[in-house]
Write a protein of this length. Structure first.
Length: 184
């Protein structure tokens, strides 16, 4: 069975932005889709979110991980801490180093074992924006792509979902097309 897990970002939920739409569309295309509300979404920390994810989700060879914003560094940490190679990971407005003012976010690890992360996913896609208001921008995408390979897509779409910056981003057809064409 095709399995997708969608990870929301800071201050969000499984009902935020494009997540409910993508879940519905993927299910209509034969995917089993998992989403959960993470604790303390206004101040996500890797110490809290990683054990929560490892406890509540099942990672299998046909799993695709999809993360938005803070959900993206969480995916990197998950891949560093599982012992199975999944189908792939898509990081939307993702980052692996400090953003917005250079202050390290508690969702980031101090360093990543890029080789371990790369060995646990067959494919990577990074979707970043050259005008992201949080600085989860094309430079962040390029940095992750440099370590992990895969596909880097640079848009001009802001954060692709942000309450603070009034970006509802209720649908994300490009993301759906990418999953259906490249992650089946």
């Amino acid at each position: 069975m095709k399995n997708a897990i969608i990870f929301h970002g800071t201050g969000s939920s499984p009902n935020s932005h494009w997540t409910p739409w993508l879940k519905k569309e993927l299910e209509a295309n034969g995917f089993s889709v998992q989403t959960l509300q993470f604790p303390n979404t206004d101040n996500p920390s890797i110490e809290e979110w990683l054990p929560f994810a490892l406890k509540n989700f099942k990672f299998e060879k046909n799993t695709i991980l999809i993360g938005h914003s803070a959900g993206s560094p969480l995916i990197l940490s998950i891949l560093e801490n599982i012992d199975i190679q999944i189908k792939g990971a898509i990081l939307v407005a993702g980052f692996s180093s400090p953003i917005k003012g250079g202050k390290a976010s508690p969702i980031l690890q101090e360093k990543y074992n890029w080789d371990k992360i790369k060995s646990n996913a067959r494919k990577f896609t990074f979707i970043n924006s050259d005008n992201d208001p949080w600085d989860a921008n094309e430079k962040q995408g390029m940095e992750m792509n440099k370590h992990l390979g895969g596909k880097l897509i640079i848009l001009h779409e802001g954060h692709m979902g942000s309450n603070m910056f009034n970006q509802p981003y209720k649908e994300f057809p490009l993301l759906l097309k990418l999953i259906l064409e490249e992650y089946q």
